[in-house]
Write a protein that binds this ligand. Structure first.
Ligand code: PSV
Ligand code: MN
Length: 427
């Protein structure tokens, strides 16, 4: 562990009296609504969201990237940073790797992850960039390319990701492709989708029995006229065509502004095809801003659906959670810690919804009281629950405060020389 536990304990000590008082007050408040705070805290303490390896590096736009001191140089540094995020928040127990960006000896990766107490979440394949010495270019697509050889190369890459993931203990492959078109008429949209399906079926045929395949839709970018997996409808068709181990991944930023994402969540789950999420926030498009930083109510409404679905479907309903953000102007570790907490907060707020009252208001068509029931849960300050959950798991009451007090960034900057070059960091 890169931050000594005594430092965290010392930091917590100073905050403890305030937390105890706040926790007792919130406990009383919740008790008036017959909610046992300890049960909610127990649920919060089991919450986990994966960190993408690429999220701990400073992000950027197509214009520039401004890396800070102590940037991770490679995947092993990235794992260290993920270890610190989990150490302080106790809410990010897994890391999601991206191949070939993180293509290193799996045994060494596993050893370091074990040492840090981390596991590996879904593997991410990359067929949206060309790699050095790659025989076939992805300029005009990958899994849906017009040429068989290019498609085969992209299929083989995905199969390799599965193989690497097996040695790491991962249990899922996430496919996001940049395939699409920039001009009307550039591609035959029907044939292109057929080619994609054909390729995806070949990958699916190589999926181990206990694995899941997630496909991610995205409305635009890098293709600006049409994307092959443009929307949740296309995504649903793919997951249905492939079979029971395939489901849809919802990246919050991959929709048109103001789209009702919680409704999409409800629909996909209803038909057993909600695989998981990439959390982030946005104002205009795929902004990749920090989760909960722009529209926390939307995040809450998504979790409101998830908690409701879990009540109906039981514990077999286990969507995969990952943060997928670009930290361009903040320290990525700090942003990821705050974001994990914001996602956890939305979950806890959703647990507070009085479901029986809501059900009655819905049945009686009492729109105002139904909306108020959700609002009441949303405006409850659940910080004491989140803080307590971290504390009992050995984390920090105030992760950003503890991180800054530990001088972690300054300390790693000594061994991690500044990365030269400022290429665009958008993914
Ligand atoms: C691109 O938009 C993206 O953010 C996708 O959501 C993928 O999940 C990620 O990059 C990494 O490939
Ligand atoms: Mn994503």
């Amino acid at each position: 562990m890169r931050i000594e536990s005594e430092r965290i304990a010392q930091h917590n000590q100073a905050q403890l009296p305030a937390l105890d008082a706040d926790y007792a007050a919130l406990g009383e408040q919740l008790q008036r609504n017959a909610i046992d705070i300890e049960q909610i805290t127990a649920k919060a303490s089991h919450f986990g969201v994966a960190i993408p390896s690429w999220g701990v590096g400073t992000g950027g736009t197509r214009f520039a990237r401004f890396p800070g001191p102590g940037e991770p140089r490679h995947v092993f540094d990235k794992l260290d940073d993920c270890g610190v995020i989990h150490q302080l928040t106790q809410a990010t127990p897994t890391v999601s790797l991206h191949i070939p960006w993180d293509d290193e000896d799996p045994a060494a990766l596993r050893q370091q992850a074990d040492h840090l107490g981390l596991g590996f979440d879904a593997m991410n394949s990359n067929t949206f960039q060309d790699q050095p010495n790659q025989p076939h270019s992805y300029k005009f697509g990958s899994l849906s390319h017009t040429e068989v050889a290019t498609r085969e190369q992209a299929i083989a890459h995905n199969i390799r990701c599965i193989e690497i993931g097996q040695t790491l203990g991962s249990k899922a492959l996430t496919i996001w492709i940049g395939d699409g078109s920039n001009f009307p008429g550039q591609t035959h949209m029907g044939n292109q989708f057929d080619r994609y399906l054909d390729s995806a079926k070949k990958i699916y045929a190589n999926l181990p029995e206990n694995w899941q395949l997630f496909t991610e839709h995205k409305m635009y970018e890098p293709a600006f006229y049409s994307s092959v997996v443009q929307d949740w409808g296309s995504n649903y068709l793919i997951a249905s065509e492939l079979g029971p181990q395939a489901s849809c991944l919802v990246d919050l930023g991959h929709h048109a502004p103001n789209v009702n994402i919680e409704m999409i969540v409800s629909r996909l789950a209803r038909f057993g095809k909600l695989g998981g999420f990439h959390f982030n926030d946005s104002k205009y498009g795929d902004d990749d801003l920090d989760s909960g930083s722009i529209d926390p109510y939307r995040l809450f409404l998504v979790f409101n659906e998830l908690v409701d679905i879990e009540r109906q479907q039981g514990h077999s309903f286990k969507p995969a959670y990952m943060l997928d953000q670009s930290h361009n102007v903040t320290d990525p570790i700090e942003s990821l810690m705050c974001s994990a907490i914001e996602v956890q907060r939305a979950y806890v707020q959703a647990l507070l919804v009085d479901r029986i009252a809501l059900d009655n208001y819905q049945t009686q068509n009492d729109a105002l009281m139904a909306a108020q029931t959700l609002k009441r849960a949303f405006i409850t300050n659940v910080d004491p629950i989140l803080q307590r959950a971290r504390l009992i798991n050995g984390g920090a009451i105030d992760p950003v405060g503890a991180f800054r007090a530990a001088d972690y960034r300054q300390r790693v900057a000594i061994e991690r020389p500044e990365v030269q070059g400022a290429g665009g960091g958008i993914v």
